[in-house]
Design a protein around this ligand. Structure first.
Ligand SMILES: NC(=O)c1ccc[n+]([C@@H]2O[C@H](COP(=O)([O-])OP(=O)(O)OC[C@H]3O[C@@H](n4cnc5c(N)ncnc54)[C@H](O)[C@@H]3O)[C@@H](O)[C@H]2O)c1
Length: 260
């Protein structure tokens, strides 16, 4: 019951890893949960409400790429819940053939939701502070040559989240920002994978790479994300691989300071 009394928002909470995070947050006592997703997974939403009748589950059908829509969604959540303590930004897609859409959903969506969360949760605006976890990937850390567009969005998420995870922001807002980078996780994202890569000539190589990947379940990754929520380490980047979560050290190559 680690999250008893907490109000949470999960983007992409209707399927895959996001649905598991939604389930596990409710099971761990979250009192109010808002799921923002493009999909209406009515069957799962009915099950969630039936399993947790004394907790509130709000579902909003919204595209995270829609900046104005996300701002209005957060306003609606605050009107209904009063406050937000936890945001887990998970919504994302894989389709390297759709470059603009991938940028707008994966990177744009994380930025839209993080900035709206900052606005609503900041102590400077009357909020309680809290924690925002942003979903990147191991391929945002180390390039995987078969998926350059997806990888670029995931690398961008790490940089964006580390910027907001600077302690000078935290002192004002009371909000911690952390990044999680899971390895391969068995979800719908892998459906028709080789049809969504940008260079068809790499499809044989892609099959081989997919075959030998270390794989984990969405529930395993979700358990690690809940673990990260409890660590509350501002600016941290975590890898989730082999069902384990561990922080990684991000090396500094440039400080912006003049040479002596
Ligand atoms: N599956 C993996 O191997 C893996 C590894 C590392 C990171 N990730 C990341 O984890 C996240 C979840 O992936 P998953 O594997 O659970 O995939 P999934 O396809 O099973 O779930 C993604 C969820 O996001 C929702 N979504 C997609 N676009 C949206 C949009 N524009 N607005 C709102 N909701 C949207 C979908 O409807 C779905 O419910 C993604 O950001 C993905 O990049 C996945």
């Amino acid at each position: 019951m680690a999250f008893r009394g907490k109000n949470a928002v999960v983007t992409g909470g209707a399927g895959g890893i996001g649905l598991q995070v939604s389930r596990q947050l409710l099971a761990a006592g979250a009192s109010k949960l808002a799921i923002i997703d493009l999909q209406d997974n009515l069957e799962e939403f009915v099950k969630l409400r039936a399993a947790h009748p004394t907790q509130s589950v709000m579902t909003v059908k919204m595209d995270v790429a829609n900046k104005k829509g996300i701002e209005a969604t957060y306003e609606e959540i605050i009107r209904t819940f009063g406050s937000i303590d936890i945001v887990v930004n998970i919504a994302g897609i894989f389709n390297d053939k759709e470059v603009q859409r991938t940028l707008l959903v994966n990177l744009g969506g994380i930025i839209n939701s993080s900035l709206s969360a900052l606005q609503c949760m900041s102590k400077e605006n009357g909020g309680n502070g809290g924690i925002v976890v942003n979903m990147s990937s191991v391929v945002g850390l180390d390039p995987m040559f078969i998926i350059p567009v997806y990888g670029a969005t995931k690398a961008g998420i790490i940089n964006f989240t580390r910027c907001l995870g600077n302690d000078s922001f935290y002192k004002r807002s009371g909000i911690r920002f952390v990044t999680v980078c899971p390895g391969a996780t068995m979800t719908d994202m892998f459906t028709n994978f080789t049809e969504k890569i940008i260079f068809p000539e790499t499809s044989d190589e892609t099959y081989k790479i997919l075959d030998r990947l270390n794989k984990q379940s969405a529930a395993d990754v979700s358990r690690c994300i809940l673990n990260v929520l409890e660590k509350e380490k501002n600016g941290a980047v975590y890898v989730i691989e082999g069902k384990r979560v561990f922080p990684i050290e991000m090396k500094t190559y440039w400080t912006g300071k003049e040479q002596a």
